[in-house]
Write a protein that binds this ligand. Structure first.
Ligand code: DGI
Ligand code: FE
Ligand code: FE
Length: 210
């Protein structure tokens, strides 16, 4: 995997800004993996998935659709209206077919923009690292980063701290999309509801919000 990481780093062709963002996601993903999923995610897996996650973000829409066609991935008609979502598909396809990355890595790239319900550990880590990496300086991201850190430092239940911050991330996205009158992908909504349900479940023994 070390070699593949070097190859991908060498191949990355993107603006300086996107490259800095990508390296920010690498560092944040490694930290989140170490904190929350030390048994499930190796640091190199977090690194490789982060390096690949926005690989095609700056490609023209046509090129992204071409990649989807080439590898036989159908793009639902409504997603043609939301081209920003396409890069998660096209990057996951290149991860699989160009680099032969493990399935676990490809699925993390695939779901990094919308998230989805019941995310696997690496999917969750890449989705959330993308949101809170330190290079994101808009107020909503800064507030979310601080909120997560507060929850993580103050709560005994670290999973709950993470899930609370995740719900907030989906809320922030939905609020933004509403304000912009943009379509909301059903995965975003389902993911939000799923993690909301998890944080609303109270401890049946104490009745307390853990
Ligand atoms: O690629 P990045 O900029 O690093 O981050 P990203 O992959 O999370 O993409 C963020 C963009 O995707 C942002 O403009 C909002 C948009 N987005 C995320 N979820 C949805 C969405 N756009 C629509 N229309 N619907 C969604 O559910
Ligand atoms: Fe992205
Ligand atoms: Fe990103």
């Amino acid at each position: 995997m070390k070699e593949l990481i070097e190859t991908v780093r060498r191949d990355l062709s993107m603006s300086e800004k996107r490259r800095r963002h990508t390296e920010g996601v690498v560092e944040t993903a490694k930290l989140l993996a170490e904190r929350h999923f030390p048994a499930e995610i190796a640091p190199e897996e977090a690194e490789l998935a982060a390096l690949l996650h926005d690989y095609t973000k700056e490609y023209p829409v046509e090129k992204q659709l071409e990649i989807c066609r080439q590898y036989g991935m159908e793009v639902p008609a409504e997603e043609l209206e939301t081209p920003k979502l396409l890069h998660a598909r096209s990057a996951s396809l290149l991860a699989e077919h160009l680099y032969g990355a493990p399935e676990k890595i490809c699925s993390a790239v695939r779901w990094h923009t919308t998230g989805r319900p019941a995310m696997r550990p690496l999917e969750l880590v890449i989705y959330f690292a993308d949101y809170i990496e330190p290079g994101r300086t808009d107020p909503a991201c800064t507030r979310l980063r601080e909120y997560y850190e507060r929850q993580y430092q103050s709560r005994r239940d670290k999973t709950r701290a993470l899930y609370l911050a995740l719900v907030r991330s989906f809320d922030t996205t939905v609020r933004f999309l509403l304000a912009e009158r943009k379509p909301i992908d059903s995965c975003t909504v389902e993911a939000r509801n799923d993690y909301l349900r998890l944080v609303k479940t109270t401890n049946p023994h104490t009745g307390k919000d853990g």
